[in-house]
Every structure is written in C-alpha cells, then in structure tokens.
Design a protein around this ligand. Structure first.
Ligand code: FCB
Length: 462
C-alpha cells in the first residue's frame, strides 16, 4: 500500500468544508512586550516573581512574532492551513484596560488580518487568552465585577474594527484555568491562592462572556461568537465509592461549572453545595445573561483526568504513554467527551480549538523527527472522526501549536509546536509533524475539490 493511503483514509472521514487550522496565543508568541505603547499584562508581572516560571524566562521576546508575523503567516500558507486561531493582546490595544486605545497595537492586528486574508486563511480570534492588563489587576482584576464592563468595552471595540474581517470570535480561553490555576492554586498569573476569589473570578468571566455576546450582537455583528473551554473526561481511579465521588465532583468543578451556566443557565447544585460560603455572589439576572445563544463552542482537549486518592500521574501505570507534560496520551477520551457533551446538552457546533502535545524534540542536522507527535495528532484526529460518526457536530480542528512557544509557568522548557523555534536565531524549522499535517490537509483538499467544482457548475447553470 502506498504510504499516503493512511492519510487519505483519515482525510476522507471529514467533510470537504471541515476547518483545519493551527492555534497560538498572543502572550506566548508575540514578544515585543514594551514596544509601540503596549501596556503591561499580568503575565509580565507574574514572570518577575522569583520561581514563578520554571526556567526563569518571560514572554518578553517569545517567538518575536510581532516582527515576524508575515513570515509566520506565509509558513501557515505553505502548510496549507485554512484557519488560524490567535488571540488579541488586550494590553497591546488598550494599555490600561480602560480609557485610551493604542492605535499602533490595533495596526499590528490589522496587518496580521490583511496577510491572513490575502492568503485565504480564516482568522479565529480569541479576546482573552489570559493576558489581562496589569492596570486592571491592580484594581482587583477578574475578581472585581467592574472588569466585566471593561471587557465588554474592549470586546466591542475589537468587533467594531475587525468584526467583519474575522471568521469567528471567542470571548475567553479556558476560564477554568484562569480561575483555578490563577486564583486558587496560584501557579498561573495573577498567582492568587483563595478559593472564594477563584469562584468569583469564574462567575465574572462567564458574565463578561454573556454581556459581550449581547453587546456584539446589539452592534449588528453577524460573525459567529462563542467561548473556548478546556475539558477532559474525568475517570475514577478505582470503582471505590470515594474515588467515584471524587470523580463526579471534579467533573462538576471542571466541566459542569462552565457548561451548565452557559447552556442551561444554572450552576450545578452539587458544586454549589461543595463550595458552601465560597460560592460566588450571583446578582439577579446574571444567569440569564450568561446563557446567551452560542454560535459555536470551542473545546481544548489534551488528556483525561484520573480522580482518586492516588496521585493524578499514577506512577504505578508506567505502560501509559505520556507526553513531556506528563499528560497521558488518551485519544479515546476525546470521543468519549464529545459524545457525553452531546448527550447532556443541546450543543452548538463544536470546534476543537486546541489539541497537541509537548515532546523533547531534538534538532538533528536541520530536522526534527517528532514521530510521537505525529502519532498523537493522528490518533486524536481519528478519535474526532469517531465522534463525528457518532453524530457530534464538530466543524473544525486546530493543532496546538503552530510554533514552539512560551508555555506559561513552564517557560520555554516545553515544545508544543509543529514548527521548531530556535530561540537564539528565531529560525522556524517545520518538524516532521508539520509536514505530516500538510499532507493530511492536502489529502483533505483533494477530496474537497470535486465538491467545489460541483458547487460552481450548479451556480453557473442556475
Ligand atoms: C492550554 C492553553 C494554551 C497552551 C496549552 C498547552 O491550556 O490554552 O495556551 O498552553 O494548554
């Protein structure tokens, strides 16, 4: 059998109009942290705290994408990517998070959007991928209900300028991470360890999402609007009642705490009970605002979560394949998750807005042979096809990430890119996985072309 048939079979499991993309986020790639009037973000501040970032690095330089964006877009085009998910840095376009807009900041995104459009790549924009303006943090950040209104102003301004030129807008990336890792565990910016604050933050993120959707639609924007959630199926470590209960609670804390308000307009009772006095203050009308119709739901999937009394990394299971993050490679979890979401909620169309893996890539004679990442991507894309065939309406898939980049508290020590970045020279070297993805997308296009021709001829004949 020719080596390409495996790819062709995989490509054939997706419809011609399926969106194939790559994803990044502003703070992780842009660098240029003090250029052209950009304000400070909470990640700039967090990075200065001793020990906060594992390798002592910051996003000040990152991939220097602010200057190299044109080449990066060309690189995407050379891979045949149809869509690019990226985020706008709020402090770059509104340095203090309120008041004046920074025209040079907007000009950068305008140039980026022009380049994407000239190469036929759809822009999937995220408004908040964690880099809140530090000036707002000094006024309480997401724990302050006023930040909700600042976010709506920011969202409205971005939509007014760029709304018509983008394929989709997501309000927040992974509110669970902002709330739980940023405000309860304190291992991500802004580094707060206080459970009641974390749940107040979660509520404000959801509320700002709902208010922003209302405001953007009131502006007459027709662009699809949604939100991006990180989700993992939660499996009990054993069938013991204690582990089963723990898994159910973790499912509530990570999945239902976000899905229920967004789609049902309520918080899950069991989680409210668990939180007791730490549950957030909810004003009358809040829940109705949060439950706005979604044009799409973004799902970020990396692994499953095993809940129980033992360690989540379960050293007693050495046979389980893991990535360099220590995350188990568990593609079946993606199918399981999507099928379950469809059973429990009336879902909007789904996009897998992030999926990918960190490995210890080695650059050898100008090449990176990342066979493990290819296996990871292939198995997850097959699992996604399984979910589609089980009836889940999934419309697109974005690899995390286009480039190796600043992996938050892990700094540059984890490489998630399908393109290797030499941080000394800022050279980009497509890994074997990038070439594999290119070939998959090529196979998908070959399949799309006959359909496109049919469309044209029908139109021409009409
Ligand atoms: C997700 C983040 C993304 C990246 C990946 C590995 O939680 O949204 O920025 O860090 O994990």
């Amino acid at each position: 059998m020719p080596p390409s048939s495996d790819l062709e079979r995989l490509a054939r499991r997706f419809p011609p109009q399926f969106t194939w993309g790559v994803a990044t986020s502003a703070y992780q790639i842009e660098g240029a942290a003090t250029e052209d009037g950009r304000g400070e973000s909470i990640w700039d501040e967090f990075g200065r705290r001793p020990g906060a970032i594992r390798d002592g690095s910051t996003g000040a330089q990152a991939c220097d994408h602010y200057r190299r964006f044109a080449g990066d877009v060309d690189l995407m085009a050379s891979l045949g990517v149809g869509a690019y998910r990226f985020s706008i840095s709020w402090p770059r376009v509104q340095p203090k998070g309120r008041g004046d807009w920074n025209e040079s900041g907007f000009a950068f995104y305008e140039r980026l959007l022009e380049r994407l459009s000239s190469l036929g790549i759809g822009a999937h924009v995220t408004l908040n991928h964690w880099d809140l303006p530090q000036a707002l943090q000094e006024r309480g950040g997401w724990a302050n209900r006023d930040t909700v209104h600042r976010f709506v102003d920011y969202a409205s301004e971005v939509a007014r300028r760029f709304g018509g030129a983008v394929a989709a807008i997501a309000t927040h990336n992974e509110p669970w991470v902002i709330a739980a890792l940023g405000h309860e565990a304190g291992i991500f910016a802004p580094g707060i360890k206080h459970r009641a604050t974390a749940y107040r933050v979660a509520h404000h993120l959801l509320l700002s999402h709902g208010l922003a959707l209302r405001a953007l639609r009131a502006q007459g924007l027709a662009t699809p609007l949604g939100i991006v959630l990180n989700q993992s199926p939660i499996h009990p470590a054993t069938r013991s009642p204690a582990d089963m209960a723990k898994a159910r609670l973790n499912d509530g804390l990570t999945i239902r705490w976000y899905m229920d308000p967004l789609l049902l307009g309520t918080y899950p009772e069991d989680v409210l009970e668990h939180l007791g006095a730490d549950a957030p203050p909810v004003h009358s009308g809040d829940m109705e605002i949060i439950r706005q119709p979604l044009d799409f739901l973004g799902v970020n999937y990396y692994t499953r979560n095993i809940s129980g009394s033992g360690s989540p990394l379960e050293p007693e299971h050495p046979e389980r394949e893991r990535t360099d993050m220590g995350w188990e490679v568990f593609p079946a979890g993606l199918t399981e998750l999507l099928v379950r979401l469809k059973a429990d909620y009336l879902l909007p169309p789904i996009y897998i807005t992030e999926n990918g893996a960190a490995y210890r890539d080695q650059l050898v004679e100008g090449r990176v042979a990342d066979a493990a990442r290819i296996r990871y991507l292939r198995s997850h894309i097959a699992a996604l096809a399984d979910a589609r065939e089980a009836g889940v309406d999934v419309r697109g898939y974005f690899v995390w990430s286009l480039l190796d980049n600043f992996e938050w508290a892990d700094g540059y020590s984890k490489r998630f890119g399908i393109v290797y970045v030499d941080y000394e020279t800022q050279q980009r070297i497509p890994k074997a996985s990038a070439l594999w993805y290119r070939d998959l997308l090529e196979a998908a296009r070959q399949r799309a072309e006959p359909a496109a021709r049919t469309e044209t001829s029908r139109w021409a004949g009409a």
